[in-house]
Design a protein around this ligand. Structure first.
Ligand SMILES: [Zn+2]
Length: 782
């Protein structure tokens, strides 16, 4: 790579685009079949039926462009955007497609759509047009980026009825900008006019949009368009207050979801009609399901429609770590299919906590987010804000990852995950069970289960509750992490899974609520759990349980039977009268009769065949230490229940919210116990064993004739606190992988350290040792 690539590109330069670029500009017909950079080198095995508009065997652009780049243009940039420099940067980073700001709040091209305001410093320049042509000349695909939903004041004055109105009849604003209403002509006429204009003038391959879904759940709109539409659909007025128990509010939630899907469909009709059948519109989506919920974006329905998901999830949160990115990739592919692409905007600037738009993010931090995304099936997309930077270090981050990605691309896309554990989720549960407390009620339990799996190096899949039947074939166990809301169909799917011999782990209030979030009289799966809900006191009212979930209490769980009598230690006078063998799920806890808990529990009624392995020890004081003794050392309140039903399925029901506690407090006892439970319910059918020190995220994929193991080393001083600024290698890493019918284990190749190593095949497993993993390693087994 030449050094010039890293020179400051910001010096004002005469804009030179003219006849030459225009002459070589690809005409509309050619644009649809343009050979995109690198596409001919890819050995992709995409099903050609993926897009019926393409000639047979031809893979559409959105299924083959796997490395993206974005210079998010600021209004100042048109004055000095150095396109030649950026062309070199596209090349040196092996970028195949670019996202270019086109229109919306401001236009980066001369637009004829009324009130489509020019970017402040655009002048006479057609910056979007120049960039679009340059990208096409380089053989790159172009996603024209829109930023809809806000306007300057003159637009508001011209069409006040296109804007969102609050309960006090005032327009919603974001800073100086006015926010448009999704039910107004802004979405049905203004944005479509811009999309058509851009498609016809410039022929971008497709469109994306930064904020297409309008106002979120927390900002209700009471404009006339909304009132009219809601009344027309439901015969009701828009509810004045947020109340999840009110059927009007619930209908308002669903009505909002369907409007966003209408916008999705409308925009696709517009862009395809103006730009050809492959000119798709794919608005950006979040990596967080709760964020999708708050924005009325139905991930399952969107993925059913989308040819590609443009993921806007630029950085990690400390609490979730980099592993959040692989988790997100798996969740979206579970909906979208593994033969489609999920590029993700990855900040090269200091995004996250805190954010500095113009400073380079430490390279290891940016790199770890990228490799964890790739490990979960996400495609990299570098993202800068602004077209020139005085912190030039920012330009060095993407290249190495992107070039490695290009060299190894065939192993990184179009692969199917290999896992026997399915963790079940649904957006309905996020909405109607999670309500305003989704983080505590839904996200923390999810995080605790997935973190326990990661820590134990057990590969898992995210399974949507509507897809249990579809995914059941490869799974040994389903985990319901406090999946409170379950529909009758979803419950029937779980029953089928268990009837066919599958294991089940359910926690907290799983299956206790119907699709609207109303509490049932008992767990719908209570007969499988061997446990039943008891409506016993005010204590288990919904609001009390939520309060309990939100805090950590000084409580414990007693492991049964107790083993104290047989081990060393001072006599306490509390020795059990009997002692015995413990169940294997309590393996590793032989030197203790209690573990810390943190939650509160009310009693559930258990069936006679069910086995209670832990009981609740109520809270007692922490301070002063003289008072820290158990007032009630034993209760009959079950914390963990095992039930084996006819047919041999292993079922675990855990009223104690150890998943939530682990998600919040990260105590190893909780993580170890959760891993034990999962292994037992899966009957030890786990296709991978990885032995080494450190925190390593392990995912396995299958392609015809080979297995691909992606291991990401999360061990770092910055694991739970941003940023990582130094890699800490782990190794040697001893690995055992279960082989498949078409994979013999003859050859083991490492794609990051670029070497072949020897493996031993024994009884259907291949054993090998990876000496060192610095940031990540990809092992290809054939
Ligand atoms: Zn409205």
């Amino acid at each position: 790579m030449s050094n010039s690539e890293f020179e400051h590109p910001g010096l004002p330069k005469t804009h030179q685009n003219g006849g030459n670029s225009r002459r070589s500009f690809l005409k509309k017909a050619a644009a649809a079949t343009v050979t995109l950079a690198g596409a001919d080198l890819l050995a992709l095995t995409v099903d050609s039926s993926i897009n019926k508009s393409e000639p047979e065997g031809k893979i559409p652009w959105y299924s083959r462009v796997t490395r993206w780049g974005q210079t998010n243009i600021t209004e100042k940039d048109p004055a000095h955007y150095d396109i030649d420099w950026w062309r070199k940067h596209w090349k040196s980073t092996q970028t195949q497609g670019v996202i270019i700001n086109a229109g919306g709040i401001v236009a980066y091209y001369p637009s004829n759509v009324p009130l489509h305001r020019q970017a402040q410093f655009l002048g006479s320049r057609d910056l979007f047009g120049d960039l679009c042509r340059a990208a096409h000349e380089e053989g790159l695909a172009v996603f024209a980026r829109m930023d809809s939903n806000r306007t300057h004041e003159e637009f508001y004055r011209a069409h006040p009825d296109w804007f969102a109105i609050d309960a006090e009849d005032k327009p919603y604003k974001a800073g100086e900008l006015f926010i448009t209403c999704v039910n107004s002509h802004y979405y049905s006429e203004h944005i479509p006019a811009i999309l058509s204009e851009i498609a016809k003038l410039y022929h971008p391959e497709g469109f994306t949009d930064n904020s297409w879904s309008g106002l979120g759940r927390d900002s209700m709109c009471f404009c006339e368009n909304c009132e009219k539409s809601f009344f027309g659909k439901t015969g009701r007025e828009i509810p004045k207050v947020r109340n999840w128990d009110d059927s009007g509010y619930r209908e308002w939630i669903r009505w909002n979801y369907s409007r966003r899907l209408e916008i999705w469909d409308l925009n696709n009709r517009i862009t395809k009609s103006a730009g050809g059948p492959d000119c798709i519109w794919s608005g950006m989506n979040s990596g967080s399901v709760s964020e999708q919920s708050r924005s009325f974006r139905d991930y399952k329905e969107i993925c059913r429609r989308a040819d590609i998901i443009m993921l806007d999830s630029q950085a990690r949160s400390d609490a979730d770590g980099f592993q959040q990115n692989a988790d997100t990739g798996k969740l979206i592919h579970g909906l979208l299919g593994w033969n489609k692409l999920v590029p993700e905007s990855m900040a090269m600037y200091q995004a996250g906590r805190p954010t500095f738009r113009l400073a380079s993010k430490p390279v290891p931090e940016a790199r770890m987010w990228m490799v964890e995304g790739i490990a979960g099936g996400i495609q990299p997309w570098w993202h800068y804000v602004g077209a020139s930077h005085e912190d030039r270090r920012i330009y060095h981050t993407a290249g190495p990852v992107f070039r490695w990605h290009k060299a190894n691309e065939e192993f990184l896309v179009n692969r199917n995950p290999v896992a026997t554990v399915g963790v079940v989720w649904s957006q309905q549960n996020m909405d109607f069970y999670g309500r305003e407390e989704a983080e505590v009620m839904v996200e923390l339990p999810w995080c605790g289960i997935t973190q326990a799996l990661l820590r134990a190096r057990i590969p898992y899949l995210s399974v949507h509750a509507d897809h249990i039947d579809r995914d059941a074939g490869q799974l040994s166990v389903l985990v319901l992490p406090n999946l409170g809301v379950m529909t009758d169909e979803q419950i029937a799917s779980v029953r089928r899974f268990v009837k066919d011999g599958g294991g089940l782990i359910a926690t907290g209030e799983s299956s206790l609520y119907n699709e609207w979030g109303d509490r049932r009289s008992d767990y719908a799966l209570g007969d499988l759990f061997g446990a039943h809900w008891e409506e016993q006191s005010q204590a288990n009212s919904r609001s009390t349980l939520r309060k309990w979930a939100d805090e950590t209490y000084h409580t414990y769980l007693r492991l049964t039977p107790e083993l104290r009598r047989n081990v060393d230690g001072p006599q306490t006078g509390m020795e059990p009268l009997v002692s015995g063998e413990r169940h294997p799920v309590l393996k590793g806890f032989d030197e203790t009769d209690i573990i810390s808990f943190g939650g509160l529990l009310e009693s559930v009624r258990t069936d006679s065949g069910a086995e209670v392995l832990m009981t609740f020890i109520p809270r007692f004081p922490i301070y002063p230490p003289e008072t820290a003794w158990m007032r009630e050392p034993k209760t009959n309140i079950p914390g963990l229940i095992l039930n084996t039903i006819s047919g041999g399925s292993s079922i675990i029901f855990m009223p104690a919210d150890l998943d939530r506690q682990f998600g919040r407090n990260n105590l190893p006892d909780h993580g170890n116990l959760l891993a034990n439970l999962i292994r037992w319910a899966a009957k030890d059918n786990i296709p991978l064993a990885v032995d080494c020190a450190g925190l390593v995220d392990c995912n396995i994929y299958h392609q015809p004739g080979r297995l691909i193991l992606h291991m990401v080393n999360l061990t770092s001083a910055g694991t739970w606190r941003q940023p990582v600024d130094e890699f800490i290698p782990v190794g040697p890493v001893k690995v055992r992988v279960k082989l498949q019918d078409d994979v013999e284990g003859r050859s083991v190749k490492l794609l990051v350290s670029d070497q072949k190593i020897s493996g031993t095949v024994e009884k259907g497993w291949v054993h090998f040792t990876v000496n060192k993993i610095t940031d990540h390693e990809v092992v290809v087994i054939t």
